[in-house]
Ligand binder design. Structure first.
Ligand SMILES: CC(C)(COP(=O)(O)OP(=O)(O)OC[C@H]1O[C@@H](n2cnc3c(N)ncnc32)[C@H](O)[C@@H]1OP(=O)(O)O)[C@@H](O)C(=O)NCCC(=O)NCCS
Length: 289
């Protein structure tokens, strides 16, 4: 992918996702044309060698991203122009991404897909991905008036090594450069000290808060972090996150806080996978796992 491809990549990103949602009866998921370009540009700065476009003749018809982080990697987003879908381009792109991951020594390649998207589910299965977790995608309204729970603090770049160690132990991913990026783009909150018990990233854009990635060793720590990340937001801010379906205690606590489910996603892994230890809230940005 070259910088001259970004406008086309952004258009395909928006139309492919909106069309995929429309076909299944949902409203558009990508409202802003700029989103795809911002994501592509950010990933080009993190992983320039693994930002790919699909070319048919002299026309860009799709794009995909691989995020190698040592023995693990993430893949996505993957989009093919709706006018060129069902022609084998998506499969060819995923085969290329898997080949690059294998060549880089990746043992565990991970991605998140919308569970209602039967096309992408089959496509990923055909190149070796296995569904390992169901994620519950939803939102709740922030409430600044709830009492304070356990202590948390804001992370600085001096904390990145501890966050990386926590994620390595809990979810098997080591990704310092993603956490450095997230510190620049959002707020990272921490709970506990030596050992760190949890971390949570919050990004607020256009009046919407997105929580994650977040990792904690126990339920109370995750709830402390969620509450600390929302109590300074304006009342009733739309706050979005992905919750692991395998943690009914976390889901139950979030339902009590007003969490509404919008749809389900599947966490898929190609290669090695050890179930997560503790509580993990993954994100679609960055898609490094
Ligand atoms: C997902 C996406 C990238 C696939 O791209 P594509 O170029 O259309 O995919 P391909 O043509 O290579 O492969 C699709 C395959 O799925 C198969 N397929 C589709 N629906 C299927 C079903 N219900 N059951 C089984 N197989 C199915 C097709 O038959 C095709 O296989 P074939 O070539 O052997 O016939 C594209 O649809 C897209 O951009 N979607 C919107 C964005 C998106 O959802 N991205 C994935 C995010 S996780």
């Amino acid at each position: 992918m070259q910088s001259s491809d970004l406008a086309r990549v952004a258009t395909i990103f928006r139309t492919a996702f909106n069309e995929m949602y429309r076909r299944r009866g949902f409203g558009p998921v990508v409202a802003d044309q700029a989103v795809g370009a911002v994501i592509a540009e950010t990933y080009r700065s993190l992983d320039p060698a693994h930002c790919l476009v699909v070319v048919a003749g002299d026309r860009v018809v799709g794009s995909g991203f691989l995020h190698v982080r040592g023995r693990t990697a993430g893949a996505g987003p993957i989009t093919i122009d709706p006018a060129h879908q069902s022609s084998g381009y998506g499969l060819a792109l995923m085969r290329e991404i898997c080949a690059r991951a294998d060549a880089a020594g990746v043992r565990s390649l991970r991605l998140i897909q919308d569970a209602f998207n039967e096309v992408s589910f089959c496509l990923y299965g055909r190149v070796g991905f296995v569904a390992r977790e169901t994620l519950v995608r939803g939102s709740f309204r922030s409430r600044p008036d709830v009492g304070t729970r356990g202590a948390t603090r804001r992370a600085t770049s001096a904390d990145v090594a501890s966050i990386v160690a926590l994620e390595r132990d809990a979810i098997g991913i080591e990704r310092a450069k993603d956490h450095e990026l997230l510190l620049r783009m959002g707020d990272t909150l921490l709970a506990g000290d030596r050992p760190l018990r949890g971390s949570l990233v919050r990004m607020v854009r256009g009046g919407v808060a997105v929580l994650g990635p977040a990792v904690s060793r126990d339920l109370d720590t995750m709830l402390d972090l969620v509450q600390a990340a929302t109590r300074d937001l304006p009342m009733r801010t739309d706050t979005r996150l992905l919750l692991p379906a395998s943690r009914p205690d976390l889901l139950g606590a979030m339902y009590d806080a007003g969490f509404e489910v919008h749809s389900l996603c599947t966490y898929m892994v190609r290669g090695e996978f050890t179930p997560f230890d503790g509580y993990y809230v993954p994100t679609l940005f960055p898609e490094s796992g």
